[in-house]
Design a protein around this ligand. Sequence first.
Ligand SMILES: *[C@@H]1O[C@H](CO)[C@@H](O)[C@H](O)[C@H]1NC(C)=O
Length: 193
Amino acid sequence: MESKSSILVTCLIFATAFQLLLPLSEASLKVGFYKKTCPRAESIVKSTVRSFVRKNSGLGAGLIRMFFHDCFVRGCDASVLLDPSPANPDPEKNSIPNNPSLRGYEVIDAAKAALEKECPGVVSCADIIALAARDASFLLGKISYKIPTGRRDGKVSINAEALQFLPAPFFNLSQLEASYAIKGISLADQPSD
Ligand SMILES: *[C@@H]1O[C@H](CO)[C@@H](O)[C@H](O)[C@H]1NC(C)=O
């Protein structure tokens, strides 16, 4: 419990620090963003994900779903991780699509703790989710891709927005198409690398 809240605090400190840097850092995502500042960042996430997924492969699917649920609400900013607080009394985490079915929080917490030891205050939680989903895709399905990093953690998380943007499991094709279109993704989109 204690380590969980300290990780949350770390994420919040990030969000605050990066808020100030936003004009400088916007649109600066790139492959290998942490190459100089935290060279082992991606390998630390990968080995953390591997150790959890080996024991429970369902967690790998959970991490891919977490990335999807994070990105569809306010962009890929780790807003899905925020616990209730005075600033976010009813966060995304509480919403029907996420509670109680979203899985893998403990993997992100473990990776964040390892990264804080290696290079304190450098790697965002948003990037950890993105990398963890990528690593899970490889472990479960041998799908391998490079992913740009440099995301910043958001500070706002609202239950109702998760309900608004995440497609429901009973959506038909036209409803699914519409909810992806809101995020700029069409039926013709293909993965690229
Ligand atoms: C999908 O569901 C919506 C909302 O219920 C409905 O209006 C639409 O006709 C459905 N589309 C198809 C192709 O069934």
